[in-house]
Design a protein around this ligand. Structure first.
Ligand SMILES: Cc1cc2nc3c(=O)[nH]c(=O)nc-3n(C[C@H](O)[C@H](O)[C@H](O)COP(=O)(O)OP(=O)(O)OC[C@H]3O[C@@H](n4cnc5c(N)ncnc54)[C@H](O)[C@@H]3O)c2cc1C
Length: 394
């Protein structure tokens, strides 16, 4: 319920991706008015899958969106890792009853557009949220008792605080952290989504399958209640391009994947058009808020995708930020400090460990042998122990 400290001055949110929308909704659930400014002409996510660990469901449960997200998702029975050269099984981690019992929440995979669409629908259903498209935030002033943002075209908007949910290339971050461009990892991802009927029956698997190869890997899993099939091929390359939707050159992909298992090559051959992502991240930092302005999601802690956690972390951020704001609505600068204090070690650990997992998936020679030795004999409970720091939170 809105109390005295929750006067009508809205929170301003820059960016209407997964992080911006879930932040708007979490704030509105606490009784705050919110204006979301999205630079694109519509609220839309690019087509690809994301994995959702049990940690996201713990926070989605708190804001009443867990069932809606699960309704469109697919629940894989297991996560499997195989050697992309020999085909040998490296590990198979069950994600069913035993997993649920351990973490109290499920594991799921979903289309980005589906989870984004669920957040959008939730926001549209709230009379506290104003969703505004074709509105790029170009800058802001923090006046101490309120903030003003400058929108493209010169218009200004005033609010009680600004949350920068403007992603990897965040404008707001330039002012708060000022650490230049993101770091290019030297890895690029090609992604495609097929309809289930396009996938030969012997290649369709209900699990999340990761084929680990030398300086490359390939992941596939079903999406949207099993109606779609998501494919992501990652390999080392110096190619650089900003944004998430450029077309990938097929020859470059084949240079890296030739000689791998026929199951991998047959799936790759099914794709006509690949979309490309140049994978970037940043060093973890501790200070993502200043006065009445705070960062969230990829703007605060962009990470490589190897732990499949960027959207999960943004959602955790949103729920924590809204709780802190509700606890001290009259002192938002302190609320934002409490939010970053709560979050920076957890998100920093994911940023650091995601890099380690990337090395791990792309290992060659003795390093690959050591990896296989370390994880292949694990029981499910031992595998769960290894990831409990992440899945057991926040
Ligand atoms: C290959 C790959 C696989 C991934 N897999 C997973 C996974 O399995 N699980 C998972 O949890 N995460 C995954 N992620 C990470 C996840 O996609 C991101 O962390 C998440 O989408 C970040 O959300 P965000 O809202 O912070 O940023 P974004 O999604 O980048 O949204 C930012 C929004 O802000 C808008 N914007 C930018 N600048 C401005 C401005 N100046 N004014 C107004 N609007 C602006 C943009 O148009 C955009 O809509 C993956 C990422 C990649 C690259």
């Amino acid at each position: 319920m809105a109390g005295n400290g929750k006067s009508s001055a809205p929170f301003l949110v820059s960016g209407g991706g997964i992080g911006g929308l879930v932040t708007a909704y979490a704030l509105a659930r606490q009784g705050f008015a919110v204006r979301v400014f999205e630079q694109s002409p519509e609220f839309k996510e690019v087509g690809a899958g994301i994995q959702l660990g049990p940690n996201i469901f713990r926070v989605l449960d708190k804001i009443g969106l867990k069932d809606a997200v699960l309704a469109d998702a697919h629940r894989p029975p297991a996560q499997e890792m195989r050697d992309a050269v020999t085909g040998k099984l490296i590990t198979n981690i069950p994600l069913g009853a035993e997993f649920f019992e351990r973490f109290g929440q499920p594991y799921a995979v979903t289309h980005r557009a589906d989870i984004h669409g669920t957040f959008l629908k939730a926001c549209q259903g709230s009379n506290l949220i104003s969703l505004e498209t074709s509105r790029r935030v170009d800058g802001y002033e923090d006046h101490g008792d309120r903030v003003t943002v400058r929108l493209e075209g010169g218009e200004r908007a005033e609010g009680r605080a600004l949350i920068g949910c403007d992603g990897m290339w965040s404008k707001i971050r330039e002012r708060i952290v000022g650490d230049g461009k993101p770091q290019v990892s030297g890895h690029i991802a090609y992604r495609a989504v097929l309809k289930r009927e396009q996938v030969p029956a012997d290649l369709w698997r209900p699990d999340v399958v990761l084929w680990a190869g030398p300086r490359c890997h390939f992941v596939h899993y079903p999406l949207r209640r099993g109606e779609l099939y998501n494919l992501v091929a990652v390999f080392h390359s110096d190619h650089y391009e900003e944004g998430w939707n450029a077309e990938g050159n097929k020859d470059l992909l084949w240079q890296h994947f030739k000689g791998l298992r026929p199951e991998v090559l047959r799936l790759l051959e099914l794709i006509d058009t690949w979309r490309l992502w140049v994978l970037c991240d940043r060093e973890p930092v501790k200070d993502w808020s200043k006065g009445r302005v705070a960062l969230l999601g990829d703007a605060a802690h962009p990470m490589l995708q190897y732990l499949a956690q960027g959207a999960c972390m943004a959602t955790e951020d949103a729920v924590v930020l809204a709780e802190k704001a509700a606890a001290s609505p009259d002192d938002l600068p302190s609320a934002f400090k409490a939010y970053q204090q709560d979050r920076y070690l957890r998100t920093g650990r994911v940023q650091v460990m995601a890099r380690v997992y990337g090395e791990f998936y792309h290992a060659r020679g003795v390093t690959a042998e050591l990896r296989d030795l370390a994880i292949s004999g694990r029981t499910p409970q031992q595998s769960y122990d290894g990831i409990a720091w992440l899945y057991g939170g926040p």
